[in-house]
Design a protein. Structure first.
Length: 435
């Protein structure tokens, strides 16, 4: 999500005539797009800012901007902490960057953190990839997970109109993009704030409806979406994914904890049993689907037994990948005020044990690709070996292969290539192109 915001803001700067500087300490304008999901992400910003603030003291023309969730969370306080800043802007203001910079140019120090209706697509992002693009479909989050800072910094849910999403995807296809990842913090909530009930009394404009709606965009070969919330993940959605050829067999469904009491304390709104049923149903219809997830260890009050339930779930499900984190208390969240916080040593120990299991499971899951032929969408050159391309399988496995194929043919980014996998590691694959 942050990366998509960064690309939009970079697009605005480019349209204003800015060019990318050769180095962070050379630029005339520096914009940090920040994350506050955990404390260590937040702290990084302050160390970067320190260096730029010193530079500004000898170069008053330097413009310093902090965007994103730390900006939203800290607001005016950030100006007091770093008085050299010109602009502090929350994520809901990303599309307004040009206007805000105009205010800075007139000599003001600007803070833009009020609730904002996100402007519809006035921006053209400067995308890092020419093949794969992010497309926001819903901003914000209306959930109240007790550990999570997102609702307070990204605001209320705002779904984009299906037509606007369709148009953006058509535009991307015309530019040569082949793969789209639809984005939302809780993408299953898509459309809840849009009108529409069918004649049969069913809600329209659900994520499932959207997937059907955008599936016909010619030139787009692959569609993914993230992040899914187990509370709202429906059978109808799973059936749509199984039936729509462009939908990739990869699902990112965070479970956060394998213990029902911890899930309850987190206010996640589902049980481990429900989570298992979702995975079973996906595998019934798409036996080879890749499943990835997020998990938090050492949530306040988590016992050793409860932690072991998380390990058990990982073993039982056999995840392809899991993003892991030790619980980090966040401002304005209920769990941060609870007295039953766990000591740092427990966090470190549980995280280490978890990571070892996750790597092991990922390696075992990757082993199944050995010798298989997989369709890989070439995304670019391998930065470590210019004779190789890199891309992803439909199941989102990073895969490297020779840029030259049999009988002198060669491949370029954007090609869909059948690759025979001949080497598997925990987090990537290598293989030989077949045609
Ligand atoms: N909307 C997504 C996740 C958004 S945040 C969802 O509901 O799953 C991305 C991940 O960061 C979360 O899945 C969670 O695992 C982690 N996370 C969020 N808040 C955290 C906190 N306070 N401490 C540690 N990890 C956290
Ligand atoms: Fe945070 Fe929960 Fe919303 Fe995900 S669903 S962004 S974890 S509040």
């Amino acid at each position: 999500m942050n990366k998509a915001d960064s690309e939009r803001m970079a697009g605005i700067l480019q349209s204003m005539g800015y060019q990318q500087a050769s180095a962070e300490l050379e630029a005339d304008l520096v914009l940090y797009n920040t994350c506050t999901i955990r404390d260590n992400a937040e702290q990084k910003v302050y160390s970067y800012l320190g260096r730029q603030a010193r530079r500004k003291r000898s170069n008053p023309h330097l413009k310093l901007v902090v965007a994103g969730c730390v900006a939203q969370q800290e607001g005016e306080a950030l100006l007091r902490r770093v008085p050299e800043l010109d602009l502090v802007m929350g994520p809901q203001h990303a599309n307004r960057l040009e206007l805000l910079l105009t205010q800075v140019d007139s000599g003001k120090q600007v803070v833009a953190t009020d609730d904002n209706k996100i402007l519809e697509d006035v921006t053209i992002p400067r995308r890092d990839s020419k093949i794969c693009a992010w497309v926001n479909v819903i901003y914000g989050c209306n959930e109240r997970c007790t550990y999570c800072v997102v609702p307070s910094v990204r605001g209320k849910e705002q779904s984009r109109q299906p037509e606007a999403i369709h148009m953006e995807m058509q535009g991307l296809a015309a530019l040569g993009f082949r793969e789209i990842t639809l984005l939302g913090q809780n993408i299953d909530a898509y459309g809840r704030d849009l009108p529409g009930i069918t004649a049969e009394g069913r809600r329209q404009n659900t994520l499932t409806d959207l997937l059907h709606h955008v599936h016909d965009v010619e030139g787009i070969e692959r569609i993914r979406f993230a992040t899914s919330h187990p509370r709202y993940f429906t059978d109808r959605l799973i059936e749509a994914c199984a039936g729509l050829p462009k939908l990739c067999e990869h699902f990112h469904i965070p479970f956060q904890s394998g213990d029902n009491n911890v899930l309850k304390a987190m206010a996640r709104g589902y049980t481990v049993e429900r989570y298992r049923r979702i995975i079973d149903r996906i595998r019934e219809l798409m036996p080879d689907a890749a499943i990835s997830s997020d998990v938090i260890v050492a949530f306040p009050g988590e016992t050793d037994d409860q932690f072991r339930q998380t390990l058990k779930l990982i073993e039982q499900v056999g995840f392809d990948q899991v993003n892991t984190a030790a619980y980090s208390p966040r401002p304005n969240t209920p769990a941060a005020t609870w007295p039953n916080q766990l000591p740092e040593a427990v966090k470190v120990e549980r995280l280490q044990e978890l990571n070892a299991l996750v790597e092991n499971t990922a390696r075992q899951r990757n082993a199944r690709y050995d010798g298989r032929v997989e369709e890989v969408l070439a995304e670019g050159i391998n930065p470590k070996d210019p004779d190789q391309l890199m891309g992803r399988t439909r199941s989102n496995r990073l895969t490297f292969f020779a840029a030259k194929g049999p009988e002198g043919c060669s491949y370029s980014p954007g090609d869909l290539v059948d690759v025979r996998i001949d080497s598997v590691r925990s987090f990537s694959l290598s293989g030989t192109p077949l045609r």
